[in-house]
Design a protein around this ligand. Structure first.
Ligand SMILES: [Zn+2]
Length: 493
C-alpha cells in the first residue's frame, strides 16, 4: 500500500560522547519519496478505481531489468485511462477488452490511453528500473552513490526494492485493491512482498515467487540474497529473514516481536494478513519500513544494538527514540500493520494519522513494558521535542514538511510526535480504554479505507464535538497546545 514513509535522523545528544554517530531511521509504511510522487499525481476519476491487478514478470536485479505483463480490472468501463508507470518502461503491447490500443502516450511516467469500452486493461512492458528505489537511502543525496558508498564500506547489502512508489507496475492511483504478483528472479536471489507468499516455483534459470494480497494499498517487493533465519511462534505466522550470518539476538530481543504483536492484537483486533514477514537487512543505520504483511528492518552490521557498550550509551534524539534497544522501532513498524495496513491516509497532508498512531502505539507499548515512570519520562521528552519546533509548522502540512525544511526533525516533531502527544492527552481526558475503543472502531468501520484529516478527527471526537477545538489546536495550529505551553523550552534531552 502506498502510504507514508518516515525519515528520522537521530543523533546522540552528546556528539563528543563515546560512540558518536548518526543513526538514520526510516520508518513507515511504504517507501521513500512517495510524498512528492503522490502530490504530483492528480486525483483519479471515480471510474479509475482499480479493483484487481495481476502482474507476471521477470526481474534481473543485477541489470535492473524488468519485463512484465499487468492485467488491471477497473470498477467501471472508461474511454480513457490515466495510469502511472515508471518512465524507463517501454510498452510492448496495450490491450483493452482484448483489442489493441494504439492511441496512447507515455511521458514523464504518466500513461494516457484511449480505450473505448471494457473495464479491463492489459499492458506488456519492459525496461530498466534505474535506480531501483531504496527506501533507506538518505534523502537529498544520490541514491546510487549512497548505495555504492554503503557497499564499498562493507555496511550495505544487495537488496533491491521494487516499490509501487517507483511505479514498477501500472496503476491509476494507490488505493486498496486485490493484488497478485508472480516475479521470476535468477538463481540465488530471494524475494519478499507486501502480501502472502503463495509459493516458489523453479523456472528456467531461476525461481518464480508468487504473492497475493486480497486488499492492499499497492504492492512492494524486496529482492536480495537473504534467507530464512527463524519463525516466531504464535497465532500469526511470523517469518524472519536476514543476511547469511545475521544474528537476531545481537540487535533485537526476539520475544519482543510476539509480545508487541499480542499487545496490539488485544487492543486493535487481528491483522488483515495471515502472515507477517520481517526482513533484517544491512544498511547505513538503524531504521525500518513497513508494508502490508512485510516489515524491513535496517541495521548497521558493524554496530550491534544489544552489546553492553550499546546499552550504556546515552539516549538518542528523535521523536521515536523511546529506548536504545530497537524495541521502540519494532513497536512502531509493527503498529503500521494496523495503522497503514488496515486504515491508511488519503493524501500526504494526512500522513500524520498513521505516523502519529504508530508513534502513539509504541508509546503505550513502552508504558506497558517499562512502567508509568518511564512512560512519563518518554512523554516529557516528546513534549520538549515538539516545543523545540513550535510556531513553524503543523502536523496537517504532512509530507510537505520534508520538502520545506532541511532538518528532518521538523517533520518528525509534527508528523510523529505531536499527533502522538495529542492522542496521549486525549487518553488522559477520555481514559485510555475509551480512546482505544474508538481507535478499534475506526479500524473496523473504515477497514481498507484511506482517511483524511477531517474525517479522522471527527471519528476521534465521537459524539462529543466539544473535543474538536482541542484536536484542531494540536493538528492545525503552529502554536503549542495548552498542555505544552507551560513547559520550559530547552534542547531535546
Ligand atoms: Zn512510521
Amino acid at each position: 500500500m502506498r502510504n507514508e514513509q518516515c525519515v528520522a535522523a537521530r543523533r546522540r545528544s552528546n556528539p563528543g560522547a563515546l560512540f558518536p554517530r548518526l543513526i538514520i531511521l526510516l520508518v513507515g509504511l511504504a517507501g521513500f519519496l512517495c510524498a512528492a510522487a503522490d502530490e504530483g499525481n492528480s486525483p483519479a476519476l471515480t471510474q479509475d478505481r482499480l479493483l484487481a491487478l495481476r502482474l507476471d514478470g521477470a526481474y534481473d536485479p543485477d541489470r535492473g531489468f524488468l519485463q512484465a505483463t499487468a492485467r488491471l480490472s477497473f470498477a467501471q468501463p472508461a474511454g480513457e485511462r490515466r495510469l502511472w508507470l515508471a518512465e524507463g518502461m517501454q510498452l510492448i503491447s496495450l490491450r483493452a477488452a482484448a483489442d489493441p490500443v494504439l492511441d496512447f502516450s507515455h511521458e514523464a511516467g504518466e500513461l494516457l490511453a484511449r480505450c473505448p469500452g471494457g473495464s479491463d486493461l492489459e499492458l506488456s512492458y519492459s525496461g530498466r528500473l534505474e535506480p531501483p528505489l531504496d527506501p533507506f537511502v538518505v534523502p537529498g543525496g544520490s541514491p546510487g552513490a549512497d548505495r555504492q558508498a554503503a557497499t564499498a564500506a562493507g555496511s550495505g547489502d544487495d537488496c533491491r526494492f521494487l516499490s509501487y512508489v517507483s511505479d514498477f507496475y501500472p496503476h491509476p492511483r494507490l488505493d486498496f485493491s486485490a493484488l497478485q504478483m508472480s516475479l521470476r528472479l535468477p538463481e540465488g536471489w530471494n524475494c519478499l512482498g507486501s502480501g502472502i507468499l503463495r509459493g516458489v516455483r523453479s523456472a528456467d534459470g531461476g525461481n518464480d515467487f508468487q504473492f497475493e494480497n486480497p486488499n492492499a494499498k499497492g504492492m512492494a517487493l524486496v529482492c536480495g540474497r537473504f534467507r530464512p533465519i527463524g519463525v516466531v511462534p504464535g497465532p500469526l505466522a511470523v517469518r524472519l529473514y536476514g543476511w547469511p550470518g545475521f544474528s537476531l539476538g545481537e540487535y533485537f530481543n526476539a520475544p519482543d516481536i510476539s509480545r508487541i504483536l499480542s499487545f496490539y492484537e488485544q487492543r486493535f483486533g487481528p491483522l488483515a494478513v495471515s502472515e507477517l514477514n520481517i526482513l533484517f537487512r544491512r544498511s547505513r543505520g538503524l531504521g525500518g519500513v513497513s508494508y502490508s504483511g512485510l516489515i524491513v528492518m535496517s541495521v548497521d552490521a558493524a554496530k550491534p544494538l544489544r552489546t553492553a557498550a550499546a546499552r550504556r550509551r546515552p539516549g538518542l534524539e528523535s521523536a521515536l527514540a523511546m529506548s536504545d534497544a530497537g524495541t521502540d522501532l519494532l513497536a512502531h513498524e509493527i503498529a503500521h500493520q494496523w495503522w497503514g495496513g488496515i486504515v491508511s491516509w488519503e493524501t500526504t497532508a494526512d500522513n500524520w494519522i498513521t505516523e502519529g498512531l504508530a508513534t502513539y502505539c509504541s508509546l503505550i507499548y513502552m508504558k506497558d513494558l517499562l512502567g508509568e515512570k518511564e512512560y512519563a519520562r518518554i512523554r516529557r521528552r516528546l513534549r520538549l521535542f515538539v516545543k523545540r519546533f513550535a510556531g513553524i509548522a503543523t502536523p496537517s502540512a504532512g509530507g510537505k514538511l520534508r520538502l520545506l525544511f532541511k532538518d528532518p526533525a521538523v517533520y518528525q516533531s509534527q508528523v510523529y510526535a505531536k499527533p502522538a502527544l495529542m492522542l496521549a492527552e486525549l487518553a488522559d481526558t477520555l481514559g485510555e480504554t475509551e480512546l482505544l475503543r474508538r481507535l478499534r472502531s475506526i479500524l473496523e468501520t473504515r477497514r481498507c479505507r484511506s482517511l483524511n484529516t477531517e474525517e479522522f478527527l471527527n471519528l476521534l471526537c465521537g459524539d462529543d464535538p466539544s473535543l474538536r477545538p482541542r484536536l484542531n489546536e494540536w493538528i492545525h495550529s503552529r502554536d503549542l497546545p495548552k498542555e505544552l505551553r507551560s513547559l520550559k523550552r530547552s534542547p531535546c534531552p
